[in-house]
Design a protein around this ligand. Structure first.
Ligand code: PEP
Ligand code: MN
Length: 401
C-alpha cells in the first residue's frame, strides 16, 4: 500500500508522515528530499537557479519513481505536485491520497518560520484547496495535534471494509412479547442488527423513558433467540458496565457532545454508533468522534439522523450531503436514520433510498408490530411488511451503484 499525503506546505505532511509511517510500520519518503538528493542542491536553489518548470520536471520523475518502487510507504508530497495531471494519475493509480487540511491561519504561521522552501503564489489558496479536496480519498483535519491527525488516518484506514448495516427494531423495548415478535420478523426480512431503546432520553419528563436494565435483559434474550447483534442507547457513564453484552452502543443525538461519556466509551473496545446532534455541524460531529478515537477506540459508526432547520414538515431535516462528506472526511462507516429524520412512516422509504444512493453504509430503521399502540415514535415506525418493501428497493439501489 502507498499513502500519498497531499496539501499545502506547512500542513505537516513530513512530520505527520513520519509519525504515521512509524505507527503503521511503513517506510517514509518525502518527495522534496528525494528531489534534493537527485539534484544535490536545495529545492529553494533549484527554483532560484533553474525556475519552477525545471523543478516540476524533476518532481514528475521523482513521483514516477516513487510510484513504481517504494511499496508499503507513506509519501509526503510537495504542495504543488497535484498541479500536474500525470502526477495525479500516477498517484491515484498507485495509492490513496490523503489531504491534510489545515486552516490558512495555521499554514501561514507555520511557513512564516521556514525559509527553506519556496513559497508559490501562482495558484490561490482557495483554488488549490479545491483541487486537494476533489482529489483526496480522505480528508483529515490537520489543525489538531499530530497525534490526533495520525489517529484520524489510522482509524479511517482500518474501516476500509465494506459491510452494510441494516439495523431494525422498535424505538423502545416495551415487553418480552413485543421484542420477541419484532426481532424474529426483522431477522427474517434481512436485518443485520436489532435495535431497541431501553434507557430513553425523552423531550418531556412525563413520557415513557424505557424499561432500563429490564429492557437490556429482554434484548439479550432476543439476541439469544435470533442471533442478531444488539444496538441500544447508553445515556450515562455509570451504565457502561451493564452494556458488556451489547454489541453496538448507541450515543443518541442528545448526548452527541457529552464529551465525558464519549471519552469513557473510547476506553472500551465496543462499536459505538454515534448519532449527529440536532445542531451540530459536520466538523462538530467529527470532533465528537475524535474524542472516542483519541482514547484508542476506532470502532465507530457515524449516523446522520437529520438536523434542526426552519422546516417543520419533517421532524428533522435529513442532511443527505453529510453522507459523502462524512465518508470523505473520516473514512468511517456512515449510516442514516430515516425514521428520526422523517418523523412520518410514509417518508421513510424515500429517505432510505436517497441515503443508499448517496453511499450510506447502512440504515437504522424503526419497525413496530403494533405501531398504533407503540409507547414511542409509532408514527414514524414501519410495519414489518413496509420494512420488507423498503429492503427490497434498497438492495436494488445498492446493486446499481
Ligand atoms: C433513537 O434512535 O431511538 C433516538 C432517540 O434517536 P436520536 O438520538 O437520533 O434522536
Ligand atoms: Mn425513536
Amino acid at each position: 500500500m502507498k499513502i500519498f499525503l497531499i496539501g499545502f506546505m506547512g500542513a505537516g505532511k513530513s512530520s505527520i508522515g513520519k509519525l504515521l509511517a512509524e505507527r503503521l510500520n511503513m517506510n517514509f519518503y518525502d518527495t522534496d528530499l528525494l528531489i534534493e538528493k537527485k539534484e544535490r542542491i536545495s529545492t529553494n536553489d533549484i527554483f532560484q537557479k533553474y525556475g519552477e518548470s525545471y523543478f516540476r520536471d524533476v518532481e514528475k520523475k521523482v513521483i514516477t519513481e516513487v510510484c513504481s518502487n517504494c511499496d508499503n510507504s507513506v509519501i509526503a508530497t510537495g504542495g504543488g505536485c497535484v498541479l500536474n495531471d500525470e502526477n495525479v494519475f500516477a498517484m491515484k493509480k498507485n495509492g490513496k491520497l490523503i489531504f491534510l487540511d489545515a486552516s490558512l491561519e495555521n499554514i501561514m504561521s507555520r511557513v512564516a518560520n521556514d525559509n527553506s522552501r519556496p513559497l508559490l503564489h501562482k495558484v490561490s489558496f482557495s483554488d488549490r484547496h479545491l483541487i486537494y479536496e476533489r482529489l483526496a480519498d480522505l480528508i483529515v483535519n490537520a489543525d489538531l495535534s499530530m497525534e490526533s491527525v495520525c489517529n484520524q488516518i489510522v482509524c479511517a484506514l482500518s474501516h476500509d471494509k465494506n459491510p452494510f448495516y441494516l439495523i431494525a427494531g422498535p424505538c423502545v423495548v416495551e415487553s418480552s412479547e413485543q421484542i420477541d415478535s419484532i426481532s424474529q420478523q426483522v431477522k427474517n426480512l434481512g436485518a443485520t442488527h436489532l435495535r431497541g431503546g431501553t434507557f430513553k432520553l425523552r423531550t418531556s419528563p412525563d413520557s415513557f423513558s424505557g424499561l432500563g436494565k429490564d429492557g437490556l435483559t429482554l434484548l439479550m434474550e432476543a439476541k439469544k433467540k435470533t442471533g442478531l447483534p444488539i444496538v441500544t442507547e447508553i445515556t450515562r457513564i455509570s451504565q457502561i458496565k451493564d452494556f458488556e453484552n451489547v454489541d453496538v452502543i448507541q450515543v443518541g443525538a442528545r448526548n452527541a457532545q457529552n464529551f465525558e461519556l464519549l471519552k469513557e466509551l473510547g476506553k472500551t473496545r465496543k462499536t459505538i454508533l454515534l448519532k449527529r446532534g440536532f445542531s451540530m455541524t459536520v466538523k462538530d460531529f467529527l470532533l465528537s468522534a475524535q474524542y472516542v478515537i483519541n482514547e484508542g477506540n476506532e470502532n465507530i459508526i457515524l449516523c446522520e439522523r437529520g438536523i434542526s432547520s426552519f422546516e417543520i414538515y419533517t421532524r428533522n431535516t435529513l442532511d443527505i450531503s453529510a453522507v459523502p462528506i462524512l465518508k470523505k472526511l473520516s473514512g468511517l462507516p456512515v449510516i442514516v436514520d430515516p425514521s428520526h429524520a422523517a418523523g412520518k412512516s410514509w417518508l421513510v422509504e424515500s429517505l432510505s433510498l436517497a441515503a443508499v444512493a448517496a453511499g450510506a453504509d447502512g440504515l437504522i430503521i424503526e419497525v413496530h408490530n403494533d405501531r398504533n399502540n407503540s409507547r414511542c415514535d409509532g408514527e414514524q415506525s414501519l410495519t414489518p411488511s413496509e420494512f420488507e418493501n423498503v429492503i427490497k428497493k434498497v438492495l436494488k439501489i445498492r446493486k446499481t451503484i
